[in-house]
Design a protein around this ligand. Structure first.
Ligand code: GLN
Length: 454
């Protein structure tokens, strides 16, 4: 009741929800109370949460922030939705997002922009802007989100939260509407590393319905954190080598962000960690590679939205071509259309080798550069974003917005886990995040490290 009342009273100002499921949630809460009374001790039983609207939810509107899916009631649940239900959590609804997860400030949503609870004139980040804003506004303790090039970490940074993108293959993508399949990964956003760990736990694991989900040892994130705290002396992070790459502190990094991140690194040293210098691929090259590959995959994934089987269909088509063309022109917003055009261009016969194949080759170099860096350190730290949240009225053009992804996208190209943790506020009172990047499968180390820092 507390959360539902808060959403009803305040979300008019934030716009973080696209769909509310308060009525079902009330019934589930009552059932959870009864189960608890009968001795059901599942730790997440009855805990409210909400899903980014990229996850299919059976019988509930699933829009992906697009007019294209304005009427799509999913006939099935995403695997993570089922898993979170099975853990006993209660979903309060579906959260706003950039259209098809393409964007960095939630301005591309068909359902309107989302306001940052720290300052309503500022953007909450994106594409998981609704997830971050809802947690920051106290509408839900935790939320699911997805990250193709930073969409969990960047909004977490802009909203003063922790957000984790796990290793590629750790969490099933079944029922998560695809943007760029080789980069997409679901994760959690919360007020602390521990809250993120609690929500991530039921999300992980092998799923036969996702061919890229991997069978691997199953950590217990919260247990690992508790063990680390129990063992911690006055230098709880002694032995941890934090890699710092000058490529992540280059031109375009805001001075206040730089200062807060450097101060946090000093704090890490005080806790016993050592800082070592490492090198990673030039972020400008990484940026170009991402903005070649992500749109290429998107153009292919989004071809399924043709106005025939589901979703938006134009009025009175004259023939099949007219039906395809107008349904897609009217159903997709400008940023999505731009990505489809970039992607089909990169994949077209005449340009395939020059752009797509070349980008795939550079992707291998990025993977190798990270592996080389990890030969000398355990985790890599950087600013999450070069700036704090900007004003919506700045109305950033697409190219400037892409630049803001410069520190987050390499992680997706390499399939690595990474989180963003809050490290302070700018003078104007806006949060700044530090990114911790781990080696494959090392989410637990990232979460524990961030937890010991807090
Ligand atoms: N901002 C990046 C993009 O628009 C990343 C989005 C994401 O991670 N979903 O592609």
């Amino acid at each position: 009741e507390h959360f539902i009342k808060r959403i009803d009273a305040l979300d008019g100002k934030i716009n973080s929800f696209i769909t509310h499921t308060s009525e079902t949630a009330r019934a589930q809460a009552q059932a959870a109370d009864e189960m608890r009374a009968q001795g059901d001790m599942r730790p997440l039983l009855g805990v409210p949460m909400a899903h980014k609207d990229i996850f299919c939810t059976q019988g509930v509107l699933t829009t992906c922030g697009s007019k294209m899916l304005h009427n799509f009631i999913s006939p099935y649940d995403a695997t993570i939705v089922t898993n979170i239900d099975n853990a006993g959590m209660i979903s309060l609804g579906k959260l706003n997002m950039d259209e098809f997860a393409m964007g960095s400030d939630n301005s591309s949503s068909y359902y309107g922009s989302v306001q940052n609870p720290w300052n309503l004139e500022h953007v909450p980040g994106g594409s998981s802007g609704g997830s971050a804003a809802a947690v920051a506004a106290g509408f839900v303790p935790v939320a699911t989100a997805s990250d193709t090039g930073g969409s969990i970490r960047q909004p977490a940074s802009f909203c003063g939260l922790t957000g984790i993108k796990p290793t590629y293959g750790r969490v099933s993508r079944f029922g998560m509407i695809a943007y760029a399949s080789s980069l997409d990964q679901a994760g959690s956003v919360g007020r602390s590393a521990k809250d993120c760990a609690y929500l991530l736990q039921p999300m992980i694991g092998h799923d036969p319905r996702d061919a890229t989900s991997i069978k691997y040892d199953m950590p217990d994130y919260v247990q690992d954190m508790n063990d680390a705290v129990a063992k911690a002396g006055d230098k709880p992070l002694a032995g941890l080598r934090i890699g710092v790459a000058k490529e992540y502190f280059g031109e375009g990094l805001n001075a206040e962000v730089n200062q807060l991140v450097r101060a946090a690194l000093q704090q890490y040293e005080t806790l016993g960690a050592t800082i070592v210098e490492v090198n990673i691929t030039d972020p400008e090259i990484t940026l170009a590679t991402y903005y070649m590959l992500a749109p290429a995959e998107a153009s292919s994934n989004l071809s399924r939205f043709d106005g025939v089987r589901f979703g938006y269909r134009c009025e009175n088509p004259t023939d099949l071509t007219d039906l395809y063309t107008r349904s897609r022109s009217e159903g997709f917003g400008p940023e999505v259309q731009r990505r489809i055009l970039m992607g089909t261009y990169a994949l077209s016969a005449g340009y395939f080798d020059a752009y797509y194949t070349k980008a795939q080759k550079i992707r291998r170099i990025i993977v190798k550069d990270f592996a080389d860096a990890f030969a000398n350190c355990d985790v890599i730290a950087s600013p999450t974003v070069p700036t704090a949240a900007y004003k919506l009225s700045e109305n950033l053009d697409s190219a400037s917005m892409y630049l803001g992804d410069v520190y987050t996208i390499g992680v997706n190209l390499a399939g690595l886990p990474a989180l963003s943790q809050p490290v302070g506020l700018t003078e104007s009172g806006l949060p700044v995040g530090l990114q911790l990047i781990g080696q494959h499968w090392c989410e637990s180390q990232l979460l524990t490290t961030a937890h010991l820092f807090q």
